[in-house]
Ligand binder design. Sequence first.
Ligand code: ARG
Length: 274
Amino acid sequence: MPETVRRTATRRHYLMCRPTHFEVSYAINPWMDPDKPMDADLALAQWERVRDLFVGLGHEVSYIDPVPGLPDMVFSANGATVVDGKVLIAKFRHRERAAEADAYRAWFEEHGYSDIKVPEYVNEGEGDFAPAGRRILAGAGFRSDPGAFEELRAFFGLPVVGLTLTDPRFYHLDTALCVLDDDLVMYYPAAFSDESRAVLRELYPDAILATREDAEAFGLNAVSDGLNVVLTETATDLIEALRARGFEPHGVDMSELLKAGGAVKCCSQEIRDT
Ligand code: ARG
């Protein structure tokens, strides 16, 4: 058991989108079933709880206006990837979400960002791209095109570690892996190809490994500030493992947003200005 280290939080900036128009009206991942009842008021309350937690932890939260007809826009992590104040806009795989990209582009333009790239290849923002210290972990297999990896590397000037996702339930990297700090991650090995598992083992020998139950509970779709980790409350083994490693887990109920295949991380896009 690795010894407990003293963790420190750093203040983050998250872009969030209120789930005003949230519903499950189509199915583009295995979790979505338009015939299953969803409580929109409860979804909003759960989203507000996550937002309140971020604010309470001292983070800055910005808001992008929800657009009618874009029910998945609440999953702001997918809209762009921002590192060093540079913005790589998303290009969505499914036509149902395609128009979100323009809304995110407009938001960054209106908020004074000038280094904005509209990509050539499909990429679903932080859904598949996870900046980790001075490298970026990048997932492909279901959504982002592996061709986006070179675009990512060239635009940010950072090394990109490409990872292959193999289980359709873990269709975005952020459903299978969470960056806890610059050199620590937690992930679900069975969501990755053999080669990618070997890469992760090599890069992160101390990683926290999730059980199947916790991965299916979306416990890896979490947000860490280096100390506090906000994640689904049902991921009980992860919560215990995080505590044992000196983190402060904050469990939340995400039952309604889970019906669209999203949880805490999906609702928060980190804006890394410097
Ligand atoms: N229904 C959305 C989709 O399938 C969920 C996106 C979740 N976002 C995420 N960052 N994993 O695209």
